[in-house]
Design a protein around this ligand. Structure first.
Ligand code: ARG
Length: 464
């Protein structure tokens, strides 16, 4: 065909083809071809008759693809060539006019931008559902004490609501990161031709409006060469997946016999093929393990773009599998996290028992000394000593008597015991953003506002 006298090596064809994966771009490709055909006719680059023949053929092709009836030919290298080939079969001579003033280079990047916008919005919608589920769970477990951890050691008690809401704020920032990807994908590449523009008086603003872009890219070289909007989407997804991996890791721990804090819903748990008693948190484990896969796709895409000379290079075909796998993985993980949170059943007694460990009040004893004029650093050491004395005699700090307390520090008295047995530690964390109920209620109101803004204009993203 044309320039070549020898056929392509079969292995080259297998290396070169993208049809196996880029066929999922067909709906965007058909939509942009329809807009392109209409634009060509409006600008009198093709006749209205040709336009109608093209639109009719594109309708048929769209239906065939949608219903899985489309026949791909051996020579179809990618989805763009497959669609154009079929349009030409259906529309005859007019079919050969579809590619006027267009190149696969501006065509493919336009499809990918449409894919990114749609999936950034899907991620935002799914993140918003997860936020709603977390907020509902926080409302249901508003005043359930649990240990807060540092180094996975019990540190200070918090309310379960406070802990769950921590994820809401991570997801809220994730949604904002997807906005950046949407914004970067919102200017139209189409109309840039192969790289330098086209030899026809086209109307790119019309194309942008038809295809839902806000603007047109002002530089044809940038338009066909750049994929930073893909990086933005992958980066947002990597951060979001990493957040989900932390939630997954906690659900794995919390659902273990050792913690016993939560039972995950049947619909999101599996049994063991050999041990009938088992209930495995597979979904939560996969939230943990999917995150590095998403991050790896981001790293791989940086690798594709790294040092790549302008403009289009076939390397860019490698954007798609990374992108598609990330969209599929992330959207599933968000659904899984939401399902687990919606169906999670927490064990109030187990959480409370773990939080009742009086050692968790150690900071509060130090703060008692601070209020009595002891500098915090010294108070910290005094309480450390107190804990050591208690542990050595095999007793609780609260059971040390007045003399034992005095021996450690003259400012220590019976109030230590009261403080430790009273369990007021949670309510004393009344600083802004703290775990005291008043503060958690404030937080809940703010979180609800992020999910269902009373003033729509403050919503993050189109989907919020
Ligand atoms: N399948 C190609 C891709 O995904 C489409 C663009 C091909 N352009 C070209 N000049 N070979 O990037």
């Amino acid at each position: 065909m044309g320039r070549f006298s020898e056929p392509q090596h079969p292995d080259f064809r297998r290396l070169n083809t993208s049809l196996a994966f880029d066929r999922r771009l067909f709906a965007y490709d058909v939509a942009q071809s329809r807009a392109h055909a209409r634009m060509l006719a409006r600008q009198e680059i093709i006749t209205e008759g040709d336009r109608d023949a093209l639109i009719d053929a594109l309708d048929v092709v769209g239906r065939e693809l949608d219903e899985g009836r489309f026949h791909f030919a051996d020579d179809d290298e990618d989805i763009h060539m497959a669609i154009e080939r079929r349009v030409t079969e259906l529309a005859g001579a007019a079919g050969g006019r579809l590619h006027t003033a267009r190149s696969r280079n501006d065509q493919v990047v336009t499809d990918v931008a449409m894919f990114v916008s749609e999936h950034a919005a899907a991620a935002q919608t799914a993140a918003t559902s997860l936020m709603s589920a977390l907020i509902a769970a926080a409302e249901d477990h508003l005043d359930w004490p649990m240990p807060g951890y540092t180094h996975l050691q019990r540190a200070q008690p918090v309310y379960l609501s406070h802990h769950l809401l921590a994820y809401v704020w991570m997801l809220d920032r994730d949604r904002a990161r997807f906005d950046a990807a949407t914004h970067a994908a919102s200017a139209l590449p189409l109309g840039s031709g192969a790289l330098a523009g086209v030899n026809f008086d086209t109307d790119r603003a019309y194309l942008a409006a038809e295809l839902g872009f806000d603007d047109v890219l002002p530089n044809s070289i940038d338009a066909v060469a750049s994929r930073d909007f893909v990086l933005d989407y992958l980066a947002a997804a990597a951060t979001c997946a990493t957040h989900l991996s932390r939630l997954g890791a906690e659900l794995v721990l919390w659902s273990s016999e050792e913690f016993g804090f939560v039972t995950l819903p049947d619909a999101w748990s599996s049994g063991s093929s050999i041990m009938p008693q088992k209930r495995n948190p597979d979904a939560a484990e996969l939230l943990r393990a999917k995150a590095p896969r998403v991050v790896a796709h981001l790293a791989a895409m940086h690798g594709v773009l790294h040092g790549l000379p302008l403009t289009y290079n076939k390397d860019l075909q490698e954007d798609k599998e990374h992108l598609f796998d990330v969209a599929d993985t992330l959207e599933l993980c968000l659904a899984g996290a939401t399902g687990m949170i919606v169906g999670a059943s927490f064990d109030r007694d187990r959480l409370a028992a773990a939080a009742a460990d009086e050692m968790l009040g150690a900071t509060d004893v130090a703060d008692l000394l601070v209020r009595r004029g002891v500098p915090f650093r010294e108070a910290h050491a005094v309480v450390g000593e107190l804990v050591r004395v208690a542990l050595e005699s095999g007793r609780a700090v609260s059971s040390l008597d007045k003399n034992e307390l005095r021996a450690v520090h003259p400012a220590l008295d019976g109030e230590v015991g009261e403080l430790l047995s009273g369990g007021h530690w949670l309510e004393s964390k009344d600083s802004e953003g703290g775990t005291a109920l008043r503060r958690v209620r404030e937080q809940l109101a703010a979180a609800r506002e992020r999910v269902q803004p009373s003033d729509r204009s403050v919503a993050t993203g189109k989907s919020a």
